[in-house]
Design a protein around this ligand. Structure first.
Ligand code: NI
Length: 137
């Protein structure tokens, strides 16, 4: 029987964004993105759930040291995006619309790069209490 267990770490960060395409008119942006196209930006209290799946290490009893996982999330996600304007301050979104869908994919790849290959990773990003996104789907 497998000793694979899922370990979760939850973090929050605050960031501003605006959903729009530069190559669309103001009218078209407003029609497609509604209030989220507001030229003066708006903020969200994002919540991120990070799920790491792996075998329990018989020596430590851990799947992953959650302190190390938390440090990784802080370095790659929180310090990069917290209290930032995603459109203006973050290179990741200079040419990518910062929708929940795109943000969750960007975060996945930032963490995947640093997480040992033996672990499976899934991330869920909550944009509001009711709207959230998960990658890989
Ligand atoms: Ni928004």
């Amino acid at each position: 029987m497998s000793n694979r267990v899922a370990a979760f770490r939850k973090v929050t960060f605050n960031a501003a964004h605006r959903l729009f395409r530069k190559d669309w008119s103001d009218e078209k942006n407003k029609e497609v993105f509604g209030l989220c196209a507001n030229p003066h930006y708006h903020g969200h209290n994002y919540r991120l759930d990070v799920k790491v799946v792996g075998e329990i290490d018989p020596e430590t009893g851990y799947v992953i040291d959650l302190k190390l996982l938390n440090d990784l999330i802080n370095e790659e996600v929180t310090e990069r995006f917290d209290h930032r304007n995603l459109n203006l301050d973050c290179a990741e979104f200079s040419h990518l619309n910062p929708t929940g869908e795109n943000i969750v994919v960007v975060i996945y790849h930032l963490l995947r790069k640093k997480l040992p290959e033996k672990y499976d990773l899934k991330v869920r990003l909550w944009e509001t209490e009711r709207n959230y996104f998960e990658y890989p789907a």
